[in-house]
Design a protein. Structure first.
Length: 119
């Protein structure tokens, strides 16, 4: 992960960092990484909730599809709805995995920054 600067932070990350800093004259890489990691962790948690919701919706759609006793047109419609929810679930899983990976990479960079400061 590249070294962060104040310009790399989003507005919310910068505001959170400013609230944490009693002294504004010193910007440490670990501080910036800490704020970025917290933001990435929160995003990953929100995406995890979206994934859980997508899985629940997909399961409900699958049950409706399997329990559908109507005409072939009704069964086809239920199957299409199920497949749509299944696709949404897969997209949510991919987004959550990418967010977790980014948060883990930022955590590793933060640990490296702490180790470098300790020397």
């Amino acid at each position: 992960m590249k070294a962060l600067t104040l310009e790399d932070l989003t507005r919310d990350e910068l505001l959170a960092w400013l609230k944490l800093q009693p002294q504004l004259f010193r910007v440490r890489q670990a501080d910036l990484l800490s704020v970025r990691q917290a933001t990435l962790r929160d995003r990953a948690t929100a995406l995890s909730c979206r994934y859980d919701d997508a899985v629940s919706a997909q399961i409900r759609a699958m049950k409706e599809w399997l329990d559908c006793k109507g005409s072939p047109r009704d069964r086809l419609k239920a199957e299409t709805i199920y497949l749509d929810f299944k696709d949404r679930e897969q997209k949510a899983a991919h987004a959550e995995k990418a967010a977790r990976k980014a948060a883990d990479a930022c955590w590793a960079a933060l640990e490296a920054a702490w180790a470098e400061e300790a020397l």
